[in-house]
Design a binder for this molecule. Sequence first.
Ligand SMILES: [Zn+2]
Length: 281
Amino acid sequence: MILIYHHVCPLENIPARQFPQEGWSYTVTPDDLERQLNGLRERGFRFVDFDRYLSFAEPNQLLVTFDDGWRDAFDYAVPILERLQIPATFFLITSGMPGVPADRHISPTQIRQLLRSGMTVGAHTQSHQTLDEIPLEVAKKEIVGSKTRLEDWTNEPIRYFAYPFGRFNRRVMETVREAGFQAACGAQGWGTNNELCRYRLHRDMLSPRRFSIMNRLRTSSWFRQLMQLSPSQNANHDAASEKSAPEFPRRNATSPVLPGRELESPSLFFTCEPVDDRTVS
Ligand SMILES: [Zn+2]
Protein backbone atom coordinates (compact mmCIF):
# COMPACT_ATOMS: atom_id res chain seq x y z
CA MET A 1 0.00 0.00 0.00
CA ILE A 2 1.17 3.52 -0.75
CA LEU A 3 -0.06 6.50 1.25
CA ILE A 4 -0.18 10.04 -0.09
CA TYR A 5 0.14 13.16 2.05
CA HIS A 6 0.49 16.84 1.18
CA HIS A 7 0.64 19.46 3.94
CA VAL A 8 1.67 18.57 7.47
CA CYS A 9 1.06 21.53 9.72
CA PRO A 10 -0.47 22.43 13.09
CA LEU A 11 -3.83 24.03 12.39
CA GLU A 12 -2.81 27.25 14.15
CA ASN A 13 0.18 27.64 11.80
CA ILE A 14 -1.73 27.38 8.56
CA PRO A 15 -1.13 30.73 6.82
CA ALA A 16 -4.01 33.18 6.78
CA ARG A 17 -3.18 34.10 3.19
CA GLN A 18 -3.75 31.03 1.11
CA PHE A 19 -3.74 30.29 -2.60
CA PRO A 20 -6.25 27.78 -3.98
CA GLN A 21 -3.54 25.76 -5.73
CA GLU A 22 -1.85 25.08 -2.38
CA GLY A 23 -4.60 22.69 -1.35
CA TRP A 24 -4.60 23.36 2.38
CA SER A 25 -7.69 21.20 2.69
CA TYR A 26 -5.27 18.26 2.43
CA THR A 27 -3.56 19.20 5.69
CA VAL A 28 -2.77 16.61 8.35
CA THR A 29 -1.54 17.84 11.71
CA PRO A 30 1.82 16.52 12.96
CA ASP A 31 0.05 14.78 15.87
CA ASP A 32 -2.41 13.06 13.55
CA LEU A 33 0.38 12.01 11.21
CA GLU A 34 2.36 10.46 14.04
CA ARG A 35 -0.72 8.70 15.44
CA GLN A 36 -1.62 7.35 12.01
CA LEU A 37 1.85 6.01 11.31
CA ASN A 38 2.19 4.47 14.76
CA GLY A 39 -1.27 2.93 14.42
CA LEU A 40 -0.40 1.36 11.08
CA ARG A 41 2.83 -0.04 12.48
CA GLU A 42 0.92 -1.52 15.43
CA ARG A 43 -1.39 -3.20 12.95
CA GLY A 44 1.55 -4.96 11.31
CA PHE A 45 2.42 -2.71 8.41
CA ARG A 46 6.11 -2.46 7.65
CA PHE A 47 7.42 0.85 6.31
CA VAL A 48 9.76 0.52 3.35
CA ASP A 49 11.42 2.87 0.89
CA PHE A 50 10.49 3.03 -2.78
CA ASP A 51 13.27 0.71 -3.94
CA ARG A 52 12.22 -1.96 -1.49
CA TYR A 53 8.55 -1.45 -2.27
CA LEU A 54 9.14 -2.18 -5.94
CA SER A 55 11.52 -5.03 -5.30
CA PHE A 56 9.20 -7.25 -3.31
CA ALA A 57 5.43 -6.93 -3.39
CA GLU A 58 4.25 -7.92 0.04
CA PRO A 59 0.78 -7.06 1.33
CA ASN A 60 2.02 -5.56 4.58
CA GLN A 61 4.55 -3.22 2.99
CA LEU A 62 3.76 0.43 3.30
CA LEU A 63 5.30 3.28 1.38
CA VAL A 64 4.70 6.83 2.60
CA THR A 65 4.76 9.66 0.05
CA PHE A 66 4.40 13.44 0.22
CA ASP A 67 3.42 15.46 -2.85
CA ASP A 68 4.29 18.98 -3.99
CA GLY A 69 7.26 19.65 -1.69
CA TRP A 70 5.62 21.90 0.85
CA ARG A 71 7.91 23.55 3.37
CA ASP A 72 5.58 22.57 6.21
CA ALA A 73 5.98 18.89 5.34
CA PHE A 74 9.72 19.35 5.60
CA ASP A 75 9.46 21.23 8.91
CA TYR A 76 6.88 19.01 10.63
CA ALA A 77 6.86 15.60 8.95
CA VAL A 78 10.57 14.94 8.56
CA PRO A 79 11.37 15.02 12.31
CA ILE A 80 8.53 12.54 12.90
CA LEU A 81 9.69 10.28 10.06
CA GLU A 82 13.25 10.39 11.39
CA ARG A 83 12.12 9.57 14.92
CA LEU A 84 9.96 6.66 13.72
CA GLN A 85 12.61 5.59 11.20
CA ILE A 86 10.24 5.72 8.27
CA PRO A 87 11.84 6.24 4.83
CA ALA A 88 9.32 8.36 2.92
CA THR A 89 9.39 9.64 -0.65
CA PHE A 90 8.91 13.34 -1.43
CA PHE A 91 7.61 14.21 -4.90
CA LEU A 92 8.79 17.72 -5.63
CA ILE A 93 8.01 20.41 -8.18
CA THR A 94 10.99 22.43 -9.33
CA SER A 95 9.66 25.77 -10.59
CA GLY A 96 7.02 26.50 -7.98
CA MET A 97 3.32 27.06 -8.54
CA PRO A 98 2.28 30.30 -10.24
CA GLY A 99 1.38 32.88 -7.60
CA VAL A 100 2.57 30.84 -4.63
CA PRO A 101 5.52 32.34 -2.68
CA ALA A 102 8.69 30.33 -3.27
CA ASP A 103 9.41 30.00 0.45
CA ARG A 104 6.36 27.78 0.86
CA HIS A 105 8.26 25.08 -0.99
CA ILE A 106 11.25 23.01 0.05
CA SER A 107 14.50 24.66 -1.11
CA PRO A 108 17.35 22.87 -2.94
CA THR A 109 19.37 22.90 0.30
CA GLN A 110 16.48 21.24 2.13
CA ILE A 111 16.12 18.71 -0.67
CA ARG A 112 19.70 17.63 -0.09
CA GLN A 113 18.91 17.46 3.61
CA LEU A 114 15.99 15.14 2.83
CA LEU A 115 18.37 12.74 1.13
CA ARG A 116 20.76 12.86 4.07
CA SER A 117 17.81 12.00 6.33
CA GLY A 118 17.26 8.79 4.37
CA MET A 119 14.28 10.04 2.39
CA THR A 120 13.79 9.45 -1.34
CA VAL A 121 13.27 12.36 -3.71
CA GLY A 122 10.99 11.99 -6.73
CA ALA A 123 9.76 14.38 -9.41
CA HIS A 124 6.31 15.93 -9.67
CA THR A 125 6.88 18.16 -12.77
CA GLN A 126 8.17 21.72 -12.92
CA SER A 127 5.02 23.70 -12.23
CA HIS A 128 2.29 21.21 -11.34
CA GLN A 129 0.21 21.42 -14.50
CA THR A 130 -2.47 18.91 -15.43
CA LEU A 131 -0.45 16.75 -17.80
CA ASP A 132 -3.31 15.25 -19.77
CA GLU A 133 -4.73 18.66 -20.61
CA ILE A 134 -1.65 20.39 -22.00
CA PRO A 135 0.17 19.78 -25.31
CA LEU A 136 2.38 16.71 -25.12
CA GLU A 137 5.50 18.73 -25.86
CA VAL A 138 4.78 20.97 -22.85
CA ALA A 139 4.06 17.92 -20.70
CA LYS A 140 7.36 16.39 -21.80
CA LYS A 141 9.20 19.57 -20.84
CA GLU A 142 7.50 19.52 -17.43
CA ILE A 143 8.38 15.87 -16.84
CA VAL A 144 11.94 15.84 -18.16
CA GLY A 145 12.72 19.33 -16.85
CA SER A 146 11.84 18.43 -13.27
CA LYS A 147 13.99 15.30 -13.41
CA THR A 148 16.98 17.19 -14.78
CA ARG A 149 16.66 20.01 -12.27
CA LEU A 150 16.37 17.66 -9.29
CA GLU A 151 19.35 15.67 -10.50
CA ASP A 152 21.35 18.89 -10.80
CA TRP A 153 20.38 19.87 -7.25
CA THR A 154 21.00 16.48 -5.67
CA ASN A 155 23.65 14.91 -7.87
CA GLU A 156 21.57 11.74 -7.63
CA PRO A 157 19.46 9.91 -10.24
CA ILE A 158 15.76 10.74 -9.84
CA ARG A 159 13.90 7.52 -10.62
CA TYR A 160 10.35 8.01 -9.41
CA PHE A 161 7.54 10.29 -10.52
CA ALA A 162 4.07 11.31 -9.36
CA TYR A 163 1.47 12.76 -11.74
CA PRO A 164 0.11 16.14 -10.59
CA PHE A 165 -3.53 15.74 -9.54
CA GLY A 166 -2.99 12.03 -10.22
CA ARG A 167 -3.90 12.65 -13.86
CA PHE A 168 -2.34 11.06 -16.88
CA ASN A 169 -3.15 9.42 -20.18
CA ARG A 170 -1.41 6.90 -22.36
CA ARG A 171 0.99 9.40 -23.95
CA VAL A 172 1.87 11.03 -20.63
CA MET A 173 2.60 7.64 -19.12
CA GLU A 174 4.77 6.74 -22.09
CA THR A 175 6.63 10.03 -21.79
CA VAL A 176 7.34 9.34 -18.12
CA ARG A 177 8.72 5.94 -18.98
CA GLU A 178 10.83 7.31 -21.85
CA ALA A 179 12.21 10.02 -19.58
CA GLY A 180 13.90 7.28 -17.59
CA PHE A 181 11.65 7.04 -14.56
CA GLN A 182 11.35 3.54 -13.16
CA ALA A 183 7.91 4.00 -11.64
CA ALA A 184 5.13 6.55 -11.30
CA CYS A 185 2.35 7.10 -8.80
CA GLY A 186 -1.20 8.15 -9.44
CA ALA A 187 -3.50 9.38 -6.73
CA GLN A 188 -6.83 8.17 -5.52
CA GLY A 189 -9.00 6.39 -8.03
CA TRP A 190 -9.38 2.66 -8.38
CA GLY A 191 -10.33 2.63 -12.03
CA THR A 192 -7.14 3.48 -13.84
CA ASN A 193 -4.57 3.03 -11.11
CA ASN A 194 -3.23 -0.35 -10.24
CA GLU A 195 -1.06 -1.42 -7.35
CA LEU A 196 0.99 -3.75 -9.50
CA CYS A 197 1.66 -1.62 -12.55
CA ARG A 198 4.77 0.38 -11.90
CA TYR A 199 3.73 3.38 -14.03
CA ARG A 200 0.32 3.90 -12.45
CA LEU A 201 0.76 2.87 -8.86
CA HIS A 202 -2.29 3.39 -6.74
CA ARG A 203 -2.05 5.55 -3.61
CA ASP A 204 -4.44 5.98 -0.71
CA MET A 205 -5.18 9.11 1.23
CA LEU A 206 -6.24 8.53 4.83
CA SER A 207 -8.48 10.85 6.72
CA PRO A 208 -6.79 12.70 9.59
CA ARG A 209 -8.62 10.62 12.17
CA ARG A 210 -6.68 7.51 13.02
CA PHE A 211 -9.59 5.22 13.64
CA SER A 212 -12.05 6.51 11.13
CA ILE A 213 -14.13 3.83 9.42
CA MET A 214 -12.76 4.83 6.03
CA ASN A 215 -9.17 4.47 7.22
CA ARG A 216 -9.93 1.03 8.55
CA LEU A 217 -11.62 0.09 5.30
CA ARG A 218 -8.88 1.43 3.06
CA THR A 219 -6.15 -0.39 4.96
CA SER A 220 -7.94 -3.71 5.45
CA SER A 221 -6.59 -6.61 3.41
CA TRP A 222 -9.98 -8.02 2.43
CA PHE A 223 -11.11 -4.66 1.06
CA ARG A 224 -7.91 -4.21 -0.91
CA GLN A 225 -8.19 -7.71 -2.30
CA LEU A 226 -11.74 -6.90 -3.29
CA MET A 227 -10.59 -3.75 -5.08
CA GLN A 228 -7.68 -5.72 -6.56
CA LEU A 229 -5.26 -3.42 -4.84
CA SER A 230 -3.15 -6.03 -3.10
CA PRO A 231 -1.03 -8.87 -4.37
CA SER A 232 -2.85 -12.16 -3.97
CA GLN A 233 -1.86 -14.66 -1.34
CA ASN A 234 -0.29 -16.93 -3.95
CA ALA A 235 1.57 -14.04 -5.42
CA ASN A 236 2.94 -13.21 -2.03
CA HIS A 237 4.22 -16.74 -1.58
CA ASP A 238 6.04 -16.48 -4.85
CA ALA A 239 7.45 -13.08 -3.91
CA ALA A 240 8.78 -14.62 -0.71
CA SER A 241 10.45 -17.46 -2.57
CA GLU A 242 11.97 -14.97 -4.98
CA LYS A 243 13.37 -13.09 -2.03
CA SER A 244 15.39 -16.13 -1.04
CA ALA A 245 16.72 -16.56 -4.54
CA PRO A 246 16.94 -13.11 -6.05
CA GLU A 247 19.56 -14.22 -8.52
CA PHE A 248 16.89 -16.28 -10.25
CA PRO A 249 14.13 -13.81 -10.96
CA ARG A 250 11.17 -15.46 -12.57
CA ARG A 251 7.76 -14.52 -13.69
CA ASN A 252 5.04 -15.17 -11.19
CA ALA A 253 2.40 -17.39 -12.69
CA THR A 254 -0.36 -15.57 -10.84
CA SER A 255 0.81 -12.02 -11.50
CA PRO A 256 -0.88 -10.15 -14.29
CA VAL A 257 2.20 -9.78 -16.46
CA LEU A 258 1.21 -9.04 -19.99
CA PRO A 259 2.05 -11.63 -22.62
CA GLY A 260 5.49 -11.18 -24.05
CA ARG A 261 6.75 -8.98 -21.25
CA GLU A 262 9.42 -10.00 -18.82
CA LEU A 263 9.74 -8.74 -15.30
CA GLU A 264 12.48 -6.18 -14.87
CA SER A 265 13.19 -7.22 -11.31
CA PRO A 266 12.30 -10.09 -9.01
CA SER A 267 9.05 -8.53 -7.94
CA LEU A 268 5.42 -8.61 -8.93
CA PHE A 269 5.53 -5.15 -10.39
CA PHE A 270 5.32 -5.05 -14.13
CA THR A 271 5.64 -2.43 -16.81
CA CYS A 272 2.10 -2.20 -17.98
CA GLU A 273 0.58 -1.02 -21.17
CA PRO A 274 -1.86 1.78 -20.51
CA VAL A 275 -5.37 0.65 -21.20
CA ASP A 276 -6.72 3.82 -22.74
CA ASP A 277 -6.71 7.57 -22.41
CA ARG A 278 -8.89 7.78 -19.33
CA THR A 279 -7.77 9.98 -16.50
CA VAL A 280 -8.31 9.44 -12.81
CA SER A 281 -10.14 11.62 -10.39
ZN1 LIG B 1 0.63 17.60 -6.50
